[in-house]
Write a protein that binds this ligand. Structure first.
Ligand code: A3P
Length: 348
């Protein structure tokens, strides 16, 4: 199937598909790989790809773009708070981030829509309020991304090449990258935690899938490369998770200039505190109250290894990856990541 982006979506078949669905039984509707690029997605991506590619942006939009687990949620909360709530008095600040700053390409991951479109799902309630008369089958999160009031802060895990080519000339994009070893540990946890992935393999399998560019939203290196090459565009701000961890106020000052939000140091301090790991964890800011009830999370994993707000640190991979796995990722980094000049200062 040809997509508006110029890519071809090719269904995975045979042993490759069998192995994917054995390790990730959450992907119940098949898998596709795009050419060129090799991007991997659950097959329902095809239903939304062209609509996402043709999404109409406005100059007041800000997109937070990342490969999964690079600090999207933290950055979204920082940006949304800077733009809407720097004095911490916004009445909707406790609403789930998914509702305030929708995940544009999430629909392909939602699986069985009937599990989502029920009266117990607060996100569906927000959809019905903000998108009256719209059919969730046309993209619950995609249409919510369109419908939220200006100024819109939109999240996407898709790389630049799958977005509207006018995006960067129209709106502002904040791209967040993170040390791939921490991404692996965090994505592994996430894939076990979130039922739509339902990862059943070992960390060993996951590392292999990562370096072979076989995980959903992979290849990681190409994702980062596409953004890195555009880093001098005035509408693109490139951030590293590690820099946010090391000096959040310093990074907020840069964001303040990029977003032209003109916040005072006292307001930036408010923002940093409100979006701190412990505060966001306390507020359950990712999915809002009732994240477990929304059915997204595997409660056994939550009990044993924690929920969405797992650790929030740099370097947590140490002691988790075996020396062999570390060597495998180092080899991959040397081959793929460093070839275009990116320097993960905190990666060793
Ligand atoms: P860990 O699994 O290493 O803890 P994303 O939002 O892109 O899915 O990234 C999630 C990662 O960012 C998780 O990493 C999560 O704990 C971490 N995170 C979320 N909010 C954070 C915050 N306010 N400060 C630091 N890390 C945060």
């Amino acid at each position: 199937m040809s997509l508006a982006s110029g890519h071809k979506a090719v269904e995975m078949e045979g042993e490759e598909l069998a192995e994917q669905t054995r390790l990730f039984p959450g992907y119940q509707h098949g898998m596709v790989r795009l050419s060129p690029g090799g991007w991997v997605f659950p097959s329902p991506y095809k239903n939304f790809a062209d609509k996402i590619y043709n999404f109409k942006y406005r100059p007041s939009d800000v997109m937070v773009m990342t490969y999964p687990k690079c600090g999207t949620t933290w950055t979204q909360e920082l940006v949304w708070t800077m733009r809407n709530n720097p004095d911490l008095n916004h009445p909707l600040a406790d609403l789930s981030l998914m509702a305030r700053s929708p995940f544009q390409d999430m629909d392909m991951l939602l699986g069985d829509l009937a599990e989502v479109t029920n009266d117990n799902n607060p996100l569906y309630e927000v959809f019905r309020l903000q998108c009256p008369g719209k059919d969730p089958a046309d993209g619950l999160m995609l249409q919510l991304s369109e419908a939220i009031p200006d100024p819109r802060t939109i999240k996407s895990h898709l790389p630049f090449s799958l977005h509207n080519p006018a995006l960067l000339d129209t709106a502002k994009v904040i791209y967040v990258a993170r040390n791939p070893k921490d991404v692996i540990i965090s994505y592994h946890h996430h894939s076990r935690l979130i039922k739509v992935h339902c990862f059943r393999g070992e960390l060993e399998d996951f590392v292999k899938y990562f370096v072979d560019d076989d995980l959903v939203y992979s290849p990681y290196w190409l994702h980062v490369k596409e953004a890195w090459e555009k880093r001098h565009h005035p509408n693109l701000h490139f951030v590293f998770f590690e820099d946010l961890k090391a000096d959040v106020m310093g990074e907020l000052k840069k964001l303040n200039a990029f977003l032209d939000t003109k916040l005072t140091d006292a307001q930036l301090t408010n923002v940093a505190k409100h979006a701190s790991f412990m505060e966001m964890k306390k507020r359950k800011a990712f999915a809002g109250e009732g994240e477990a009830e929304m059915g997204f999370f595997n409660s056994e994993v939550v009990k044993k290894d924690g929920g969405f707000f797992r650790k929030g640190e740099s370097g947590d991979w140490k002691g988790k990856l075996t020396p062999e796995q570390e060597a495998m990722v180092n080899k991959w980094t040397a081959e793929k990541m460093t070839s275009f000049g990116i320097n993960f200062t905190y990666s060793v």
